[in-house]
Design a protein around this ligand. Structure first.
Ligand code: HEM
Length: 362
């Protein structure tokens, strides 16, 4: 065998390998671009989850945010009023089963309830034909910032300094100076009446979504769950500190007495209302439509209930409802998936509410 043909074949093999490497690199770059990891367009879910973990400390087996929570079950019944806004079957006079979660924001699964200012409800609604709608709502008036980048910077700035156990005031001041929407949010939070219970609280989608009507018309909306119970203010903390799990104790006691009910209220955006700025509230006078009733009949700790392995990804939507151009939506989708993969690969942590149960199955 002569040397010339062998080196020609070596060269062509090398060239082919190089081509494959270039194609793989380009594919990788394309994936990274699509995921928003290159070009400064966004953040990876992993970077976001790293920031949340750095802030709350390691709590293996738990959600990286809203770590302290309890599974809830019940149903959602549409009343027909929403069908002129969206063709979703959930707004017809139908009954969906609900597996949800009531939780406190933050990454500490053992937090004292009274110390956490933000509560949440997450719902997975399912119709008998298999259609599904997942949604997560917080009880705050909007979000502190409107972009994933700003939320990551805020998470890092508010990470407790190990020396003091508190966020560095200089970092927080610098963040506030660069983010006037955060300062405005702080003022709304300070003025917000804080309710006494999960049961008499209002929860907001905060992000905007798009409803598609049967006629194809698009309506930009946000939604809220408003409690049937009247608002009662949280009592100011007295000399006797409330029990660590006071809010969850209250929820379980109420469910043992009977179901809890909320109305799903859709707010329709007016001309000029931004769909991509979760930090900016819409004017109070916008049209609101009551589209149905959520009834929660039971609650169980995560080791007993069905919610632990559900990812309440806000972009799991039924036909007739779409995500908007709000950049927080796809960041949430990505981040929740990373949080799920990490916690699902760890031994389940023993929740503060381990073994607790109340009420009845729907
Ligand atoms: C970029 C901004 C945000 C980030 C990075 C973020 C991050 C997270 C993470 C990591 C979880 C845990 C997910 C899991 O392991 O299943 C979570 C839960 C949650 N988030 Fe967000 N979040 C963001 C914005 C929002 C917004 C705007 C809302 C609006 C209401 C929201 C509502 C919720 C709720 C309700 C839960 C609890 C879900 C449950 O109980 O399982 N989040 N968030």
């Amino acid at each position: 065998m002569s040397r010339t043909p062998r080196s020609a074949s070596t060269v062509s093999t090398l060239a082919r390998l190089l081509l494959i490497a270039v194609v793989l690199l380009l594919c990788g770059a394309a994936f990274a671009w699509t995921g928003g990891w290159l070009g400064g367009r966004g953040l990876s879910g992993a970077a976001m989850v790293d920031a949340l973990q750095a802030s709350a400390g390691p709590h293996p087996g738990f959600r990286r945010n809203h770590a302290k929570g309890i599974c809830i079950s019940g149903n959602f019944v549409g009343n027909g009023n929403g069908t002129r806004l969206s063709s979703t079957a959930f707004f017809e006079k139908t009954r969906a089963t609900v597996v949800g979660r009531l939780a406190l924001a933050g990454g500490n699964p053992y937090a004292a309830d009274a110390a956490v200012p933000v509560r949440s409800i997450a719902l997975q609604l399912r119709l008998p034909d298999g259609q599904e709608w997942r949604t997560g709502m917080n009880d705050i008036p909007g979000f502190p910032v409107s972009t994933p980048q700003a939320f990551q910077q805020l998470t890092l700035a508010s990470t407790p300094d190990p020396a003091t156990g508190k966020p560095d005031p200089a970092l927080m001041r610098a963040f506030a100076d660069a983010h006037p929407e955060f300062v405005a949010f702080g003022a709304r939070m300070a003025a917000r009446p804080h309710s006494s219970s999960f049961a008499n609280d209002t929860y907001n989608s905060i992000n905007a979504f798009v409803f598609i009507g049967g006629d194809g018309a698009r309506h930009v909306v946000r939604w809220s769950l408003k409690p049937q119970l009247s608002f009662e203010p949280a009592t100011a903390s007295s000399a006797d500190a409330p029990a660590r799990d006071a809010l969850f104790d209250d929820l379980l006691a109420r469910l043992d007495r009977g179901p809890l009910v909320w109305h799903l209220i859709v707010t329709v955006a007016g001309a000029g209302d931004a769909s991509n700025q979760a930090a900016v509230p819409w004017p109070e006078d916008r049209e609101q439509v009551d589209v149905g009733t959520l009834t929660i009949t039971g609650a169980s700790s995560e080791n007993l209930g069905d919610c632990r392995d559900i990812v309440y990804d806000p972009l799991v939507l039924p036909s007739g409802i779409q995500g908007s151009d709000d950049p927080l939506l796809s960041a949430r989708s990505d981040t929740y998936a990373v949080s799920y993969r990490r916690r699902a690969g760890e031994p389940p942590g023993d929740s503060a509410l381990h073994g607790r149960k109340a009420g009845s199955e729907p």
